[in-house]
Write a protein that binds this ligand. Sequence first.
Ligand code: ADP
Ligand code: MG
Length: 331
Amino acid sequence: DDTVARIAAGEVVERPASAVKELLENSLDADASSVDVTVEDGGAELIRVADDGAGMSEADLRAAVRQHTTSKIEGLEDLSSGVATLGFRGEALHTIGSVSRLTIESRPRNADGAGTKLVYEGGEVTSVEPAGCPAGTIVEVDDLFYNTPARRKFLKTTATEFAHVNRVVTRYALANPDVAVSLTHDGREVFATTGQGDLQAAVLSVYGREVASAMIPVDANGEDLPPGPLESVSGLVSHPETNRSSREYLATYVNGRAVTADAVREGIMGAYGTQLGGDRYPFVTLFLEVPGDAVDVNVHPRKREVRFDDDDAVRRQVDAAVESALLEHGL
Ligand code: ADP
Ligand code: MG
């Protein structure tokens, strides 16, 4: 049944980026002000997430990798706001650890003395010992899918896997400008935010000066918007001149959660379509607020895709919000 459990885990941890997402969320949940993500070979060889968050005692650590041990209060809150924490439900570490070699070093923020290093391999705790480590937590995932060769074989090229990781880390960095987030791949720092700025500053760190200096603010709510479920649409969209031929730069959030939705993407592209047409995609960081009961989060549990009860109205609202921002800039 170990095999069955591992196959099930492989269904949930689809690829390195899925593990990165869970680890990043844990660091943010732990109230970190800095999170450093390091991956090697697109994450297949190594994923390392180091934070300066609340940290864990030895007992916390042992509990953290156990199956079904943690309470899901945040999860319930998320559900009532309509956008659930999708995926693992208190089993991320356990699940990741069953298809990798997992090492966690941690020290609670306000504890003196040493921290603890726990090693978890193939679903079992193989060692627990004191370790000198900074306050916070360092999670290392080595050799993802080493014991599920079929799943490992499904991984795409390093470049593709890293692109998925990059997108995940980028979305969290943009949504949390008050947290210093860095991403390093195969020894090269890809970006690092300072954790001290606003959205504009985070965009600068992540996408660079050329894009950041041409961003246009979107800020529409209430009567600025056509009728529909969205209460507000805000964020930054790029000047058409900086657009690229890739969707990777659409970072959209519903009630603070990084999700994608066809209606939102179509609304954005509609607004630009009248300006430039073609298949070029803008850089977009857009936050939508909507009553929880107007969103359907159950489209695909892994892919973070949502739908709205009234997709047409949402499309019109997003289109109008972005278009009026572009118009204000004479575009
Ligand atoms: P969940 O986040 O859904 O509770 P996880 O398996 O992701 O489940 O994590 C289990 C528990 O381990 C968390 O609830 C938290 O108490 C603890 N934990 C995990 N990562 C960290 C971290 N980076 N810092 C502090 N505590 C953590
Ligand atoms: Mg978690």
